[in-house]
Design a protein around this ligand. Sequence first.
Ligand code: SF4
Length: 507
Amino acid sequence: MRVYLVNPSDLAFGVGVITPRWLYVLAGATPREYGDPVVIDETLEQIDLSAVAPGDVVGIGIHTGNALRGYTVGTLARARGAFVVFGGIHATIFPNEALELGGAHAVVKGDGDVIWRRVLADCAAGRVQPLYEAGWTEAREFVPARWDLMPRDRYMWASVQTVRGCPKHCSFCSVWKTDGQRPRQRPVDAVMKEIVELRRAGFRVVALADDNFYSVSKTDIEHAARRADRRRFDELTAMRAERFELMARMAELPADTIFFTQITMEAAEDPAFLDAMRTARIRGALVGVEAVTPEGLKDVYKSFNASGEGLVRQMRLFTDHGVHVLGSFIFGLPSDRPATFDVTAAIAEQTGMTFAQFVPITPFPGTVDFARWEESMGPDPARVAGIPLTRHWLMPRTQRVKIHWPHPVMSADEITRRTQAVWDRFYSLGRIWKRASCVKSIRSKLAFVLISKLYRQMYANTGLVTDSARTSRSVRWARLIAKPCVRLFAARPMPDLEVPAGSARAA
Ligand code: SF4
């Protein structure tokens, strides 16, 4: 029985930016008695199913964006006699869909780390169940990834997870429902071992693939203190101390090792935390800005974010501490007006953020927005290619509708057009070159320009347009510039690197 693990994708770029971590975690969770799993990331190239034999297991992880391709792969694999098992966020939310449309024998709901072994044993014994309720795995049981199976020259950045879950409840995000609101912080030793393994192999850039790296805010701790909730106060304080311990140990890694993460804007309230990030060489963070007005933030239940001038000040604090920001903005919110696009573009520039993404609001399954939107569409929603709008991810890619919310004053076309214009403005060569002043050497500036252009091609063009000719052009272009980018980020392997012992302890 061979085990295949597939990350489905309609578009293959030849090389990837960030390693899809789940593939290598499930590879780590696969008992050695089944041999090394065959790991297939279709963002590199599509699966060749001719090698799949009856009795093999094909595990497919899906999110909403790649669910349809996942169902195609699952159906084809089942036709070859394989056991097909689905997991991932989308399968957790819609297990029946994978069973009905994806050829699934089984669906795992929740984290696969621990249950995967049982699913494989059940397949081997011919008693596979249609549904496995895995729930949330505790942090001490998170499985380390099998990085030895990863092709070194195909990815720019590796990915390591330090925490799952997020205490917030943004309306457009499913993380707090699928991963829970209780942050599960991974023990520092386990995180450090994985990072060192990656640096040994020559990865010097590691994405900390966390839902929210600032898992405990100072404000949370102050609230617990004010409520005289000693137990909660002690728990949060210990979690915060563990974050600092992790960052102190990261600081002891070779000087060329750098990190990126995902964090809430609240971290700007905490200079000690930002200082520790700088020391740990966490050079960049994706920050969900979403909207630049208080009304927009209210639309998405994110009133803990700053707006206007306050937003500019908070974002600059990150940069002042050496943390570059990839700001994420949402367009098409009910309070947006035509002028919002230009104002957002201008504020994005004023903040000094290094990268930005501008995405049209989409009601993703598992979110508050989706539940509200689905209800508003009534029992018989409009259809495209026979698919109800409320199941938009099942539409053929070229017919997929991009904007799903009726907007009070703008059409879907207008929102798409204005969103594209903001991408064009932010990623014009002149503006990219100006932002490239954040790095010194010509080599680094060149890398910066390439990555900026690549980012734009991969995420703006392929994400916003449905026209297949333009999509293929973007993919070709991305393939062309992605290869030199991989080389720019590679480092000399350090096979003898030791895990830092952790002499330093911080506040
Ligand atoms: S958008 Fe970010 S802050 Fe909001 S719930 Fe999701 S992970 Fe948490």
